[in-house]
Write a protein that binds this ligand. Structure first.
Ligand SMILES: [Zn+2]
Length: 214
């Protein structure tokens, strides 16, 4: 499963969802004491198991980051989502083109997802995180909150958008997390190609929900 992280990052690069050194992924096995996370600034096209940064959960689930370890700049985000998880979990952060474009254009990803039963059925899309600088604690905090991570480590959503940045997906393995990104990316591509405006999707959502007009 650690090998899959490199495979997923290579596929994401081939898809154009990250530039060479972007994106990050972590994995924690069920109740495992280790967090495996991609190294900061490493070329994701050549990432293999031996390049992964292995960090130990100490008392109170605080991560021990030894001198010289160089985990992803988004380590705070990964830690928040991984620390209380009860089952094997992969957390994947990418910059998928159409999803990021759709957010920038003003589309509400939750409303967009509701228009497409296929994604709505398999991938729970959470509220979009505001535009917050990359690698900050604030971005990690806001992303974990948007995913609905609770004290028991459960998540309420499988993926959330991060405005003017990318997405963060959670699943039981790296490829399953990749699939959440792929599903959302595909419908964002279709929506952008269709020519609808964000306000059109809002109107459709409102009509479908039977809410009174403005
Ligand atoms: Zn990023």
């Amino acid at each position: 499963m650690i090998t899959a992280i490199g495979d997923v990052m290579r596929r994401a690069y081939e898809q154009g969802w990250i530039t060479t050194r972007d994106g990050n992924c972590s994995l924690r096995r069920r109740e495992g004491e280790w967090l495996y996370v991609t190294p900061s600034g490493w070329r994701k096209t050549i990432i293999h198991p031996e390049h992964m940064v292995k960090l130990k959960f100490g008392p109170d689930m605080v991560l021990d980051v030894p001198e010289g370890a160089n985990p992803s700049g988004e380590i705070h985000m990964h830690w928040l989502i991984q620390r209380a998880g009860r089952s094997t979990r992969a957390v994947l952060h990418l910059h998928p083109t159409f999803t990021t474009a759709a957010m920038y254009r003003g589309f509400d990803l939750q409303q967009v997802a509701r228009q497409f039963p296929e994604i709505f059925r398999y991938t729970r899309v959470g509220p979009t995180v505001a535009a917050i600088a990359a690698t900050t604690r604030e971005l990690g905090d806001a992303t974990a909150a948007a995913l609905g991570v609770d004290e028991a480590g459960r998540v309420a959503s499988d993926i959330v958008g991060q405005a003017q940045h990318g997405v963060c997906a959670v699943a039981s393995d790296p490829w399953a997390a990749y699939e959440h990104v792929e599903r959302l990316e595909h419908i964002c591509q279709m929506v952008l190609h269709s020519g609808v405006r964000p306000e059109d999707v809002e109107e459709r959502t409102r009509l479908e929900s039977g809410a009174p007009g403005a």
